[in-house]
Ligand binder design. Sequence first.
Ligand code: ATP
Ligand code: MG
Ligand code: ZN
Length: 225
Amino acid sequence: MCEACNGDGFIINANGEACSCRCVAAFEAAQRRIRARIPKRYASASLDALAAVDSRQEKVIEAARAYCRSFTRSTDRGFLLYGPAGTGKTLIVAAVANNLLDRGVEVRFWNFRDLMAEERAWYNAPLGERTCTSPIQDARRCAVLVLDDILCEAQGNDFTRTAFEVLINARYEDMLPLLATTNVAKRLNGQEYWPVAFGDRVSSRLHEMCEIASTIGITDQRLPR
Ligand SMILES: Nc1ncnc2c1ncn2[C@@H]1O[C@H](COP(=O)(O)OP(=O)(O)OP(=O)(O)O)[C@@H](O)[C@H]1O
Ligand SMILES: [Mg+2]
Ligand SMILES: [Zn+2]
């Protein structure tokens, strides 16, 4: 029980006015964190506390910090990390998401594969057992969407391809920010690597929607050193 308000949710200030108790804001912040569903491993990721494993990762973390500094509630800019396994992509993007959550922004974290599986389950469920909106209908409207581990087109099927194109196009048209990670990249014009997750039409939109940084060259932190 809150000692300041005895659970009433409001207090009477020195001027005799009723105002919201600080425990209400704390409760709302906790609820916001639960709704965001950031996986346990990354739930306490923090850009302030994060020490880079090498100079390449330092640059990526700096780009993530710059993104957070420039973030406003009206921004359409997202942040996308691509690169090999174990290089800190999910950790850094989760740290960005935590920063935004602390600032009162509604965030939804989805693993790409899980989102597609739950969308399909929703689609196949009998009408009476469905929630009002499907996972993808939720994901297309939330203030900030995290899509972790976007696969390449070849790993998907017609259902995932269509669902994903609809999702990205809806957020693109509504100018809503996306935080994302992917392993899928190829050399463009024989020069630099670029993320090409899910084909040219989606990739084209992702490039316009997101600040993009690469974790190529950082060592896999999961392997023994
Ligand atoms: N700077 C760091 N400090 C502490 N732990 C780190 C750091 N960078 C990465 N790690 C840890 O290394 C592991 C791999 O990081 P992460 O899961 O973010 O990789 P990833 O790039 O998303 O890999 P994948 O493509 O396989 O999903 C995690 O346990 C993460 O916490
Ligand atoms: Mg990851
Ligand atoms: Zn209180």
